[in-house]
Design a protein around this ligand. Structure first.
Ligand SMILES: Cc1cc2nc3c(=O)[nH]c(=O)nc-3n(C[C@H](O)[C@H](O)[C@H](O)COP(=O)(O)OP(=O)(O)OC[C@H]3O[C@@H](n4cnc5c(N)ncnc54)[C@H](O)[C@@H]3O)c2cc1C
Length: 420
């Protein structure tokens, strides 16, 4: 298949784009196909044979996958209904954490360790400051099996880890009241990632390396036996390719209701930023770490946003397309009550920003990365379950290889199988 037959669509004109190589809704993918060879030739890396791949969804999973596929030399188009880094996407929040503490889940801990190196290398390559060293402090009433497992795993993987008593916590962090918390486990190497900025930068780099981005909503189109032939887009056009990767985060259950409707749940989460008092940086990075305890977690103030507090809640259901992103009075109350106890200096400080985000949770919090059972050329990648973002640069490489049928770690393959 040559590039001119790769994409077949309506023929509408290409307009101005926010990102270099980004094509607005309704733009002609046929025109894209005509434009792409020149840019593809300028890409640094080539392999043979080249495959044509369309990645649907430009969040942490899809954007990194598209970049890796392009760097492997393939002809790659990345479609996103709202654009890379959009505020509806789970990856579209300002900040996400990277830490290696994963209890006894060694494959994720190892992946996070590799991802830390990969993020640092990519940050240098992109020339964009994406990482904020903070550390992460897990607080707990007592030692739990999960906390012990985290300490053991971090030690085994050669990462720094420090256990603290309540007295230690009082001395080390006088800006926090550790009441009720008997144990603190500090992972000094943890960081905050500027998430939205990271996705925008990955997408921009993808286009600079010859990839094509179009703002289009897409769904599976025609099939020929066990091959998906094309996608239908929101403007009625069709996009064909050899291989398709659906990395649509919380939209996956809607796209594949029979397959994923009961496997991925989409609850909403309210996120708050509380302003720090003027002249008081004790709860700003790098003076205070990311923190977590039963039912609350958050980050120190980064980029002047304020202390981030996320109350965790039970199973709600959120519509990522249509639900209003307005926090509930009940969660405001919970966040303030937590603040009054844990960070009394912020008790009367105003909320400076809020966000409402959604998770895409599997029942065991393992990702789902697997072939669609009906199509040999369709890979599903999602189920981030509240911890997927950090793995982006590593999981993108993994998904790219899976999409192309290349060998990957069988233990990881088994862990992220759809039916387990
Ligand atoms: C409150 C909160 C805190 C979190 N904290 C952390 C953290 O600290 N560290 C961490 O590692 N992870 C964290 N996570 C999890 C992490 O954010 C997610 O695992 C990750 O961002 C999911 O990425 P994704 O690419 O699968 O989905 P998304 O980022 O949602 O991307 C999916 C994309 O697909 C597009 N799309 C959907 N349907 C279509 C369609 N039909 N056609 C075209 N495009 C489509 C959407 O527009 C969207 O851009 C957190 C999640 C939440 C909600």
């Amino acid at each position: 298949m040559d590039r001119r037959t790769f994409l077949k669509t309506s023929g509408a004109p290409i307009g101005a784009a926010a990102l270099s190589g980004l094509v607005p809704h309704g733009a002609a993918a046929e025109s894209l196909a005509a434009r792409e060879p020149a840019r593809a030739e300028s890409a640094a890396v080539h392999t043979t044979p080249r495959a044509s791949v369309v990645v649907i969804g430009a969040g942490a999973f899809g954007a990194w996958t598209a970049l890796h596929l392009r760097e492997m030399g393939h002809a790659v188009t990345l479609l996103d209904a709202y654009g890379p880094g959009n505020s509806r996407a789970t990856s579209g929040d300002e900040t996400r954490q990277i830490r290696m503490g994963y209890g006894d889940r060694e494959l994720y801990a190892r992946s996070a360790q590799r991802a830390m190196d990969a993020w640092r290398a990519r940050e240098a390559e992109f020339g964009v400051p994406l990482l904020v060293p903070t550390g992460r402090l897990q607080l707990s009433r007592d030692w739990t099996p999960a906390l012990r497992a985290t300490e053991a795993m971090l030690t085994r993987l050669g990462a720094r880890v420090e256990a603290m008593t309540q007295d230690d916590l009082r001395k080390r962090y006088p800006q926090m009241n550790p009441e009720g918390m008997g144990v603190g486990l500090l992972e000094p190497g943890a960081m905050v990632i500027r998430a939205k900025q990271a996705i925008v930068t990955v997408a921009k780099t993808f286009t600079q390396k010859g990839g094509t981005i179009a703002i289009e909503r897409a769904q599976p189109g025609r099939a020929d036996g066990r091959q998906l032939v094309d996608l239908e887009t929101g403007n009625g056009t069709r996009v064909s390719a050899q291989t398709f990767v659906f990395a649509c985060g919380p939209w996956l259950p809607r796209l594949f209701p029979a397959l994923l409707g009961s496997r991925i749940k989409v609850p909403g989460r309210d996120v708050f930023y509380f302003g720090l008092p003027a002249g008081d940086a004790r709860l700003a990075a790098p003076n205070f770490p990311n923190f977590s305890e039963d039912r609350y977690y958050g980050f120190p103030s980064v980029d002047g946003r304020g202390l981030k507090v996320c109350p965790t809640t039970g199973p709600t259901t959120f519509d990522p397309d249509t639900d209003e992103r307005i926090v509930s009075p009940h969660e405001v109350h919970r966040a303030r009550a937590f603040l009054a106890l844990r960070f009394p200096s912020l008790k009367d400080q105003p909320i400076t920003e809020t966000r409402v985000c959604q998770l895409e949770n599997t029942s065991d919090e393992h990702f789902i990365i697997d072939r669609h059972p009906d199509y040999d050329n369709v890979l599903i990648a999602g189920g981030g379950s509240g911890h997927g973002f950090k793995h982006g640069p590593v999981i993108g490489n993994y998904i790219a290889k899976r999409a192309l049928g290349e060998a990957t770690d069988p233990a990881f393959d088994a862990m992220v199988k759809m039916a387990r």
